[in-house]
Write a protein that binds this ligand. Sequence first.
Ligand code: ADP
Ligand code: TRP
Length: 323
Amino acid sequence: MRILSGIQPSGPLHIGNYLGAIQQYITLQDENDAYYFVADYHALTSVRDAATLRKYVFDVLVDLLALGLDPEKAVLFVQSDVPETVELSWLLTSVTPMGWLEKCVSYKDKVQQGLPAEHGLFAYPVLQAADILLYDADLVPVGQDQKQHLEITRDVAERFNHVYGGKKGVFRLPKPYILDNVAVIPGLDGRKMSKSYNNTIEIFEEPGAIRKKVKKFVTDSTPVEAPKDPDACPLFGLFKLFAKAEDRDEVERRYREGGIGYGEVKTRLGEAIVERFAEARERRAEWVAHPERVAEVRAAGAQKARATARKVLDRARAASGLG
Ligand code: ADP
Ligand code: TRP
């Protein structure tokens, strides 16, 4: 199957990105034909300083490589290295009803959080549809918050196929790949972990900073001795994704029986997170010390991605009467 996903370079990656998306990228790269990219065109909607954007693009490439994305198995590239994306985006824009974009929650959310109501932000889902359709993707691993964008992508593809496709259709219809247990990772305040809520634990923060941040995780005021419902506790929800099976079972039992305090769970969670990323942290330092290798990976990825993209774009251009 053709797998594709993208991640915005709009700041340091957090454990919600890792559990909700990146872990799936890595699992899926083994048996499939996978394409993963850094969505810098999309980040233009929020990052407005050239040097910062360049740094974030480099950081995301390095983070993905450190976390186990293997450029021998998957095509790793930067979105703007494939300018065909923007041309396809225009073709799609031309058949996208305004109403579909007006109902988009993520646009409304971002404007509410104070981002200016610019056209790029409004048209963001069409650019995302172009990303996905340009590579004939079958499956798109993402967190729950991207579900609506995937629905719009399918709607736009169907509409384009209907208008121009004839019997065969121009675009393949992609499906989201969202795993239930990691669809929405909670942040320190119990809401969805997100850069825009300032409630994240970054994957490659200093171990000391990670331990300290985890201590801030909000919990209720149930006393240590009282039994607690592990399924209703976001802190336990996170702990169980990082802990070894026996630790998870032990803590779950003590929740139900009473006798475990949140402080202990936080300390153990902090340790488990630091341990989980220890090897990746070392690999990351290696990549950072060799930016020329990162540049090589980027250039090779761009070449492969562009070759695939060109064919699909030509199909869409021909179908719509361009050229
Ligand atoms: P953010 O909301 O912090 O800006 P992004 O929008 O850049 O994160 O997300 C990149 C990927 O990580 C997407 O696939 C998104 O669905 C996933 N993701 C982000 N936050 C979470 C979360 N809290 N839980 C699960 N997946 C998430
Ligand atoms: N909108 C996605 C996010 O904020 C990033 C993204 C851009 C993406 N293009 C994509 C994800 C294509 C999957 C497929 O997380």
